[in-house]
Design a protein around this ligand. Structure first.
Ligand code: 4AD
Ligand code: MG
Length: 433
């Protein structure tokens, strides 16, 4: 009879059955007559046990000399293993080596993060990295579900662009035949065009910022989700934003319990954070709160990392900071109807000190006002003529936002740096592997 080939993650369905699994070795211990093989197959991690006398002497010797990250098939019976969180192990009766592995550079001892990032192509195999990127995968899937369930159309903005939506300082310049071009730092302006054609749209793709600083919150290449909704004011957009974050957290809680355990992340904290509505605070009140806590900040200053960290430590849920001064935000935002000094906008700060994960606004829908804003920002009006067209032909109130995927995952996984939330991070000093 053919033995069924399974994935480790499905082991629970095959208790006391004989199965075959293609695996790699992560670690090995032996004590005389028994060898414990720590195995992974890309779906989960568990233990294989080889007992002398239950396998041929040749197989026992082979098992004893297996090297870290060698690949092989194991055949054996799945048993419950009450001592491990995973709950199952395999009692190996046969194994067949597929690929050798010698001097695997990432050993079970501690390595510095630079060494690990230099070996990112291999580091992806470790259980922590596995868990983070599996959670990323679940969030990605959930993002599509959220927007498609709500009749959004996915619009893909270009990556090669001729203008700068978020200011001109952080652009990657490239030679585009005999023109200047830039890698997209946000698809927003194109999404606004999309919203006027499809009402509710979203994008989900890579964006680029030539961030010169080394921080825990900045990649030079990161993935952003940018929804844009026509016939919609900021209030309704805020509701979508909190529903989105709450939904994504619930999906992780539902489908990533194993991964959260591998990361030692307490699900109760995410459960609490997923409760809506999220608290809100105006920028004005945020400044007062910070001043009371002895931050040297005055009205008109942008909130930096330490300030955001402080504010987001005060709450168990993400918090919206509303209506920032115009000097701190880009030209396309809608002016507050009763105040000339702030925009109708909001940033969402993740709790536990993680700071900004999402930012959005209602957009300036008036042709003349928008044109003025572009001029005042010192931008070349000719590059924005197509964007101004959107205000000439049936302009409507519209709102949108951008969620930074890696910032969000960093918080969900409670990491101290965002660089491991993307398979191959791009940082100021890192373009390899
Ligand atoms: O706040 P940002 O710059 O806003 C925009 O780009 C708007 N056009 C979005 C919109 O309204 N459609 O970026 C949005 C989010 C931030 O809140 C942050 O989570 C993430 O993108 N982000 C970064 N993530 C990683 N590395 C960087 N260098 C990032 N810069 C922004
Ligand atoms: Mg922002």
């Amino acid at each position: 009879m053919e033995i069924k080939e399974i994935n480790i993650i499905d082991a629970g369905k095959y208790v006391d059955k004989k199965v075959k699994i293609g695996v790699w070795l992560t670690d090995r211990r032996s004590s005389g007559k028994i060898i414990f093989l720590q195995l992974r197959d890309g779906t989960a991690f568990f233990q294989g046990v080889v007992v002398k006398g239950t396998v041929s002497d040749e197989i026992f010797e082979q098992a004893r000399s297996l090297k870290q990250e060698s690949s092989f098939y194991v055949i054996g019976e799945i048993h419950e293993d009450k001592r491990s969180h995973f709950g199952y192990e395999i009692a190996i009766t046969d194994l067949k080596v597929v690929g050798d592995s010698n001097d695997y550079p990432i050993t079970p001892k501690e390595h510095g993060v630079d060494f690990l990032l230099d070996h990112r192509h291999l580091w992806l195999r470790s259980s922590h990295q596995f868990a983070i990127l599996k959670i990323r995968n679940e969030i990605t899937k959930a993002i599509y579900d959220f927007f498609y369930d709500r009749e959004f159309t996915k619009i893909d903005p270009p990556i090669l662009t001729g203008s700068a939506p978020e200011g001109t300082t952080e652009l990657f310049h490239i030679d585009y035949f005999d023109h200047d071009a830039y890698l997209s730092q946000s698809g927003q302006l194109y999404m606004e065009a999309g919203a006027m054609a499809f009402k509710k749209v979203f994008s989900f793709g890579p964006t680029f910022r030539a961030e010169k600083s080394k921080t825990r919150r900045h990649l030079t290449e990161f993935w952003m989700i940018e929804p844009e909704m026509a016939f919609m004011h900021q209030e309704e957009s805020l509701k979508i934003q909190e529903d989105l974050i709450s939904y994504l957290l619930k999906r992780v809680l539902e489908n990533c319990a194993y991964e959260l355990h591998l990361l030692d992340r307490d699900p109760a904290i995410l459960e609490k954070a997923s409760q809506t509505p999220f608290p809100r605070m105006t920028y004005d009140d945020a400044i007062k709160t910070l001043q009371k806590a002895n931050f040297a900040i005055s009205w008109g200053d942008d909130l930096g990392s330490p300030e955001e960290t402080y504010l987001s430590e005060q709450f168990d849920q993400p918090i919206f900071i509303l209506n920032y001064p115009k000097s701190t935000k880009p030209f396309y935002m809608l002016s507050h109807p009763k105040r000339n000094d702030v925009y109708i906008c909001a940033d969402l700060l993740a709790p536990e000190g993680y700071g900004e994960i999402m930012g959005g606004s209602e957009r300036e829908a008036d042709y003349e006002k928008l044109k003025d804003n572009i001029k005042q920002a010192g931008l070349d009006i000719t590059a924005y003529e197509w964007y101004l067209d959107l205000r000439k032909f049936g302009s409507v109130p519209h709102s949108g936002f951008g969620l930074g995927l890696e910032r969000f995952i960093t918080w969900v996984c409670k990491l101290d740096h965002l660089r491991t939330t993307i398979p191959f991070p791009r940082l100021i000093n890192r373009l390899q592997p």
